[in-house]
Write a protein that binds this ligand. Structure first.
Ligand SMILES: Cc1cc2nc3c(=O)[nH]c(=O)nc-3n(C[C@H](O)[C@H](O)[C@H](O)COP(=O)(O)OP(=O)(O)OC[C@H]3O[C@@H](n4cnc5c(N)ncnc54)[C@H](O)[C@@H]3O)c2cc1C
Ligand SMILES: NC(=O)c1ccc[n+]([C@@H]2O[C@H](COP(=O)([O-])OP(=O)(O)OC[C@H]3O[C@@H](n4cnc5c(N)ncnc54)[C@H](O)[C@@H]3O)[C@@H](O)[C@H]2O)c1
Length: 505
């Protein structure tokens, strides 16, 4: 893509115009990308309506701060497993203020001026306020002062409002003002005793940094039978074992019944929200200094004016469903689109940005009367080709379908597993390496349809697997994809050899 046309009016960039070619509600990464792609190489205008910070949850309360908190924890753990280095860090703990300061650098201290600068430099205007649909191609914006105005879209309105943390309606829970993902990513103090509710990605990642930053008594309460249960079962088992080895309690099949906090206090984001919290589950009680709720996400569709354009999201639990060109289902005229978490397709920044690229290209093509039948105009990856890395220790990196998902989809599959500790690349990385890998193979095409790697520093392995899954690479071809020695990629050869030796099931 070449540089966008710079000839937009100052009023467009300042968000003051009443008519734009494209209006995006919600300025997270997918919203930014869709605006960029929709106007690229043209004189079209776009505006993003954002009621909080341009850059969205990912930049300030999710991906960026969480990964900034996890990296030092991972580094210290790696040092502890390396003779000659371990003695240097023995008995030492993380420098929490330094880690939090670096984290705050990654969230730009919650100042979005560089994001706004990027938007303007890209030719995109920014309007501060709450956006909602007022009718076809009409967006009503309510500013912080309560004043409203209508912005009209010539071509398209894109909904990109994301999600917020869900806090289940359990007795006493909401009244206790528990921490959500916003607090735990932006913590300013490290409570001594913490309970984390949930067994998904946010729960596992946040438990990792809470433990690393010095929480002394940490308990994870999991309603289901395992951690990270959308992955291969061994992923959650290895992560749970690592937590237990580190002294973190992982309580499975443990649903929270009641929460009590005598003095909840709205002390601010990332500060302990009052005194002790008592949790009751079954016949047990647990007293902690703070409670983190990581129980999934609620789509931000409740106050979006969807009824004004006849969209009912009741059946999709509030998610706005789209076709594979990201046009909202049930709306005529090809003017309303949705991207990112709000669609419920895959709640991941990279997938939302991918949807943004496709949706922006579709809007641009339709605005110019070009056909939209090429593959660049269709979301193919969300259908069983989604990569994800969970940055726990061990990390979990996966793409495509798990064996269970593939079998449930009626595919004729075989699967092969191998111990990640069993070759030079991983054992050189750290002493006592623990991990496991698995390939899921479609027997009818002899192609890879899923891969999972669990272990330290496996994150970068998943892109090769993604290329193989998306490219339909056969297992026969993989024999000629030679991994360098001694690297983590040797796991590919080990898996192929295990399959040849008849160890697939
Ligand atoms: C703790 C945590 C860690 C995560 N880590 C990762 C990770 O490492 N990698 C990864 O890929 N994903 C990660 N995710 C998921 C990732 O944050 C989301 O997939 C991503 O933020 C989705 O982008 P979005 O733009 O769809 O939504 P959001 O980022 O939620 O952005 C939506 C934007 O819309 C605005 N908005 C909402 N309603 C309105 C309205 N009516 N009017 C105006 N503005 C509105 C909001 O203020 C917000 O800025 C993480 C999530 C969490 C909670
Ligand atoms: N590294 C990453 O890519 C990354 C990191 C964090 C979050 N994310 C994304 O953000 C999304 C949200 O993550 P999440 O962990 O909040 O959601 P999740 O859906 O992954 O996990 C939610 C957990 O909460 C539990 N739960 C739900 N309701 C409950 C209740 N009433 N009581 C007790 N437990 C309950 C569920 O059983 C599950 O274990 C995920 O889809 C994930 O993809 C990605």
């Amino acid at each position: 893509m070449t540089s966008p046309e710079p000839a937009r009016k100052a009023a467009d960039l300042a968000g003051e115009s009443d008519v734009y070619d494209v209006v995006v509600i919600g300025g997270g990464p997918p919203g930014e990308i869709v605006a960029q792609y929709a106007i690229a190489d043209s004189t079209r205008t776009a505006v993003i309506v954002e009621h909080e910070l341009l850059g969205g949850e990912c930049s300030y309360w999710a991906c960026m701060p969480s990964k900034a908190l996890l990296r030092p924890v991972e580094l210290l753990d790696a040092a502890r497993h390396m003779p000659g280095v371990a003695s240097l860090v023995a008995g030492r703990t993380i420098d929490v203020p330094a880690v939090l300061e670096r984290r705050d650098g990654f969230t730009s201290h919650h100042d979005d001026k560089y994001q706004v600068q990027w938007a303007n430099d890209t030719g995109i205007g920014v309007v501060r306020g709450h956006g909602r649909l007022a009718g076809p191609k009409q967006v009503e914006v309510t500013g912080a002062d309560g004043a409203t105005r209508i912005i009209t879209a010539r071509h398209a309105v894109v909904l990109a409002t994301g999600t917020t943390a869900s806090v289940p309606d359990l007795p006493g829970l909401r009244a206790a003002l528990p921490w959500t993902s916003r607090d735990v990513t932006n913590l300013h103090e490290v409570p001594r005793r913490v309970a984390v509710v949930g067994g998904g990605v946010v729960a596992c990642e946040s438990a990792s940094w809470l433990h690393g930053l010095g929480v002394q008594e940490l308990t994870i309460l999991v309603r289901g039978g395992g951690l990270l249960d959308r992955n291969e079962p061994f992923a959650g088992e290895l992560v749970a074992q690592a937590f237990r080895d580190a002294g973190v309690k992982v309580l499975l099949h443990t649903g929270l019944d009641e929460v009590r906090r005598a003095d909840p206090a709205a002390t601010g984001e990332g500060r302990t929200h009052g005194g002790e919290v008592t949790l009751r589950f079954g016949d047990q009680t647990l007293v902690v200094d703070e409670l983190v709720v990581a129980a999934g996400r609620t789509p931000a569709s409740a106050d979006l004016g969807l009824d004004a354009v006849g969209v009912d999201v009741g059946a999709s639990h509030g998610f706005v469903t789209t076709d594979d060109q990201l046009a909202v289902r049930g709306v005529d005229g090809q003017w309303l689109y949705a991207v990112g978490d709000l669609t419920g397709r895959a709640l991941l920044t990279h997938m939302g940005k991918y949807q943004g690229r496709i949706c922006g290209a579709v809007i641009a093509a339709r605005a110019e009367g070009r056909p939209t039948d090429g593959s660049r105009f269709t979301d193919l990856a969300d259908d069983g080709r989604v990569p994800q890395v969970t940055f726990t220790d061990p990390q979990v990196a996966s793409v495509g379908r798990s064996e269970r998902q593939a079998r449930d989809a009626g595919l004729d599959v075989e699967a092969v597993e191998y111990d990640m500790a069993g070759f030079a690349g991983s054992s050189l990385l750290r002493d006592g390496y623990v991990g496991r890998a698995k390939l899921v193979i479609d027997r009818t095409t002899d192609t890879l349809i899923g891969a999972t790697f669990v272990g330290a520093e496996v994150a970068e392995l998943v892109h090769a697997a993604t290329v193989a899954v998306v490219g339909g690479v056969t297992l026969e071809q993989l024999w000629h994809v030679v991994p360098s020695y001694p690297t983590m990629s040797e796991i590919w050869l080990k898996l192929l050899e295990a399959r040849s030796a008849g160890k697939a099931h």
